[in-house]
Structures are given as structure tokens and as C-alpha cells.
Write a protein that binds this ligand. Structure first.
Ligand code: AMP
Length: 539
């Protein structure tokens, strides 16, 4: 027997319809390049998104067409997040930090029919366009009327919006329709596309707003520092309007001083970004103190937030840190580390240990750890295994690729490529990527644990550990560290520093001091580059 409740389509137009009905006065503020703020409301967002959807339909954009966006976080990009899916098409944010060749591969693979290009990144996109001839229309955003470009078929964004109809009927009629496409940052092989549906993104939005998730409410003012081209800005462009939270969009300038100032002046309550961003902001706040007591949650994810940095925020600045884990393939939010009642009796130090974990899965996401044969492992706080996930916002196949056992199990789980430990009370710790783990003399060594420990040293700013080939042990860890300017540590000193926390075989044989660590386009340590630097003998 089946239930007798409505089959109500979970489409994203309902989110912006709701925002317009319940929160038309709530604000979206965008920091412009000149430092001024553009300021408008959810009523404006709604009206203009609808006009945009209508204008796209008039241009001949059809259901399922992919539309690229090449832009930073701003109100027009938010309009695209609603207007493109609202026209029945697929919003495909392109990462402005990639190389032209990589971007051209992605635009061609996605078969984008139209691309919105922000004037601030136009020169880069012009290089992409030379190798991406299939794009029929280009729409320039924030560009002066007389701008010179060699892109074909160019329109201006405001001109397009002006042509749109405010009464346009949304064309996302079925919750199974695709609404978004994001390519993985792809540290190995070609980038792969995750194709989200209205239903998966709607459910992700509800999941994100659970109390054990980010729990956004109407009282929040949210600063998504995470770019809209990185895993749909972690779903915040949908979670904020659903909750009625105000938004502050940072625009192109993500420098620490600018972000710290935005947090203070805009009274931000929730800010979300990767650890390298919050590392920069932390040091800025230490040198230029500000009152940021408005922040109720500093959300951090994308790579492991060092425990020492969490401690710095919590103890020195009184800021509550929310460590989250996710993946492009999970829309992206999978877990958040919030303290539960049974943690309140713990010491402050033990509570920090809990906050440094990647947390408990959101309601709707299931996680398991398995051994090499795929057999589930116990959640005992010590056993490490490959992390697998399933749920209504977890990928089941990459765009234009057959699902293979490398990524998907026979019994319906997604293989994340992460290695994790689960505690009995369901808190996950990511110990590594399967591809980054060091296997020395048959034993696994977690590079993340070593990095975390090194970054707790007061003379180390950043640390990345990689596996290097070794004749005797097959692999050994090598630590590449960025010291502070006044640093006087040596390899022996660091070895000694680690000795109380790690078994002897886990401690790197060599420590290389560098001025800077290479980062990927989404701000993670680029271990692939470090490994090839080692292979070339430049490390
Ligand atoms: P992306 O799809 O670019 O967001 O990358 C997803 C990957 O980033 C995950 O599979 C993890 O390896 C890593 N990651 C994301 N969040 C965290 C976190 N909080 N701690 C450690 N690794 C993370």
C-alpha cells in the first residue's frame, strides 16, 4: 500500500517564490570592486531572476541546455542560480582559477550553449573561448557599454534582463530535471561533472538547514566566501533565501583585510570558506583587532581545518568554528561537527578535539567505512577505512560517463576517495585521501594528522606531507613546511616536536622549508605538484 500524500515537486523556483512572499525585504549586499556596496532585496532577486529566465527562453535556450557562468560571488550570479534552472536549463559555474586549457575542456565537455562572463575575468575567458567554439552566446556582466572584446555574439546582462518578462512562468516543472552542473577540482585525471537535479538540490538545502547542519534562520547574515564556482558555494545561495537570511556577497576581492572588515561592518553571523581563507583572516585579525562578536558560526570545509587554527579562533577571538566536510559529488554538504549534550561534560581541550573532527552525517546522508574488500568496519574511533556515502543528494553517476566500480559500489554507495575513522557516537575524522596516504613498511601513515600536528607548532604557518618512494619501506613521508619569518626550527627540532604524538615510523625523515605551498584552484594544498616537484628533484 502506498501513502496518500501529495506528489509535490521539489523545484528551486519554490525557494525564490517563498523568499519573495515571506522575506521580500531581506537584503543581498554585494561588495563591488571599488569597495562600495550594491544593496537590494529578495524581492528584487525574485523579479530579476524571473526576467532572466524569460530572457533566456526568448534567446532559444531549451530544457536541459547547459549555461556556463564565469563570475565571482555577486547578486547577478545569484540571479543566474535561480534564472537558469527557472528556464529549465542547467547552471554550470566555471572555476575562474583554472587554466584556459582546463576550462576549454570543461566548456566543451559540458557543451555550454551560452556563457555569462564577468568583466573582471573577461581576458581569461577570451583565451578559453578560442578553444571552445561551440558556445553560441556570450553575456557580459558588470561590463561598460563600450568594452572591447573578440568574443562572438556578445550581449550585455542588463540589456538581457530588460527584455525579460516579470510574469514569466517557471519552466522547471519536474523535480527530476537537471538544474546544476559542477566539475570536480580534479587532482587526478580529467575533471568529472556532477549533475544535480532540482530534487537533489532542494533536499540538500533542507539538509543544510537542519539544526545539526548549518541551521540558518531569518536572523542570520551570511557571508559565502566560498566561490559560487566551488561546489555551488556549498548550497548557500539556496539555503539563505529558504531561511530568509540576509546575504553578503564578497565580489572578487577575497583578501583577509577586506573579509575581516566585511564581517565587522555587515555584522555577519555565519561566514563560510576554506581553511586557507580563515588562516589569512585569523592573522589579519591578530594584527588589526576588530569586534567580530557578531559571528555565531565560522563554517570551514574543503580541506581539513587544523586543530590549532580552530583553537586560535575559539580561544583568542571567541569565535565558534563549525568544521564541515563535503564533496562536489555530495552537492556538497555531507557532515558538520557540532557538539552534542554528552560533550558538555568534557574539558575544553576535549571539546576542541570534537570540533576538529569532520562531524556527524547530516540527516539524509549515510556514511560507512570499509576495508580493501569492501567489508564495513567498526565505528570504534581507531579503525581507518575507505569512506563511502549514499543519500538523495549523493551522485549516482558522473555526467556523460558510465558508473564504474572505481567510483560506485555494486550495492549502491559512492566511493568518496577519502579515508576516515568513525567514533562510536558517529563523528568522522578524515585521515587522508586514499591517493595521499603513505604506506610505509606495510603500515598506513596519515598525512593529514602529521600536517595538523606541524601546523600547531608556533613557528610553522603551513605544512603539507607527501609520500615519496623509498627502497626499503616502499614509501616514506616527506614534510614540506612554510616557517614564520622569525622561525629557527630545524628538521631535528621538528622531529622531536612530533615524537610525543606519533610512532617513530610515522615521523617524516625529511623536512623541506619553503616560502609558499602550491595550492589548487579551490585553495587546497596541491600535493600532485609537490610530488612531481620531488620527482623532478626540485624539492
Ligand atoms: P571538492 O569536491 O573540491 O569540494 O573536494 C572534496 C574533497 O575535499 C573531499 O573528498 C575531501 O578529501 C576534501 N575535504 C572537504 N572537506 C574537508 C574537511 N573538512 N576535512 C578534510 N578534507 C575535506
Amino acid at each position: 500500500m502506498f501513502g496518500l500524500m501529495m506528489d509535490y515537486p521539489l523545484t528551486l523556483d519554490r525557494i525564490v517564490e517563498r523568499a519573495n512572499r515571506l522575506f521580500p525585504h531581506k537584503r543581498v549586499r554585494t561588495r563591488q570592486l571599488d569597495g562600495s556596496l550594491h544593496d537590494y532585496t529578495y524581492a528584487d532577486l525574485y523579479r530579476r531572476s524571473r526576467k532572466l529566465a524569460s530572457a533566456l527562453a526568448r534567446l532559444g535556450i531549451e530544457s536541459g541546455d547547459r549555461i556556463g557562468t564565469f563570475a565571482w560571488n555577486h547578486y547577478q550570479h545569484l540571479e543566474m542560480y535561480f534564472g537558469i534552472p527557472g528556464a529549465g536549463a542547467v547552471c554550470h559555474p566555471l572555476n575562474v582559477r583554472l587554466f584556459p586549457g582546463q576550462l576549454a575542456y570543461i566548456v566543451n565537455h559540458a557543451e555550454d550553449r551560452l556563457v555569462f562572463v564577468d568583466a573582471s575575468v573577461l581576458p581569461l575567458y577570451e583565451k578559453v573561448a578560442r578553444e571552445a567554439g561551440g558556445v553560441e552566446h556570450h553575456v557580459l556582466v558588470n561590463a561598460p557599454e563600450d568594452i572591447q572584446t573578440d568574443l562572438p555574439n556578445v550581449r550585455h546582462y542588463e540589456e538581457l534582463i530588460d527584455e525579460g518578462d516579470e510574469e514569466f512562468e517557471w519552466r522547471c516543472t519536474d523535480e527530476a530535471m537537471a538544474m546544476g552542473l559542477c566539475y570536480t577540482s580534479g587532482t587526478t585525471g580529467d575533471p568529472k561533472g556532477a549533475l544535480y537535479s532540482h530534487r537533489s538540490m532542494f533536499l540538500h538545502t533542507l539538509g543544510e538547514n537542519q539544526a545539526m547542519g548549518l541551521g540558518l534562520t531569518e536572523t542570520d547574515i551570511v557571508l559565502p566566501v566560498v566561490p559560487q564556482f566551488h561546489a555551488m558555494a556549498w548550497g548557500l545561495p539556496y539555503a539563505c533565501p529558504l531561511a530568509g537570511a540576509d546575504m553578503v556577497m564578497p565580489g572578487p576581492d577575497l583578501s583577509p583585510a577586506v573579509l575581516a572588515e566585511l564581517i565587522e561592518t555587515q555584522q555577519v553571523t555565519v561566514a563560510a570558506g576554506v581553511p586557507s581563507i580563515w588562516n589569512g583572516v585569523y592573522h589579519d585579525l591578530k594584527s588589526t583587532p576588530r569586534d567580530i562578536s557578531c559571528v555565531r558560526a565560522l563554517v570551514v570545509g574543503g580541506s581539513a581545518m587544523p586543530r590549532s587554527l580552530i583553537a586560535g579562533y575559539e580561544r583568542d577571538l571567541g569565535v565558534n568554528v563549525l568544521h564541515a566536510w563535503g564533496m562536489t559529488e555530495l552537492s556538497p554538504l555531507g557532515s558538520v561537527s557540532k557538539l552534542q549534550r554528552h560533550h558538555l561534560a568534557l574539558t575544553e581541550d576535549e571539546q576542541l578535539d570534537v570540533k576538529a573532527r569532520q562531524g556527524t552525517p547530516l540527516g539524509g546522508v549515510e556514511l560507512r567505512i570499509v576495508d580493501d574488500e569492501g567489508v564495513p568496519l567498526p565505528w570504534d574511533g581507531t579503525t581507518m577505512g575507505e569512506l563511502q556515502a549514499r543519500g538523495p543528494w549523493v551522485i549516482r553517476s558522473y555526467f556523460k560517463r558510465e558508473p564504474t566500480p572505481e567510483h560506485f559500489t555494486e550495492d549502491g554507495w559512492f566511493r568518496t576517495g577519502d579515508v576516515a575513522v568513525m567514533t562510536p557516537d558517529g563523528y568522522m575524522t578524515i585521515t587522508d585521501r586514499t591517493k595521499d596516504l603513505v604506506k610505509s613498511g606495510g603500515e598506513w601513515i596519515s598525512t593529514v594528522a602529521l600536517e595538523n600536528a606541524l601546523m600547531a607548532h608556533d613557528q610553522i604557518l603551513e605544512a603539507a606531507v607527501i609520500a615519496v618512494p623509498d627502497e626499503k619501506w616502499s614509501e616514506r613521508p616527506l614534510a614540506v613546511v612554510v616557517p614564520t619569518p622569525e622561525c629557527n626550527v630545524t628538521g631535528d627540532g621538528l622531529r622531536e616536536f612530533l615524537a610525543s604524538r606519533f610512532a617513530k615510523f610515522e615521523i617524516p625523515d625529511r623536512f623541506v622549508l619553503v616560502d609558499e605551498l602550491p595550492k589548487t584552484s579551490v585553495g587546497k594544498f596541491d600535493k600532485k605538484l609537490l610530488r612531481s616537484a620531488y620527482a623532478n628533484g626540485t624539492l
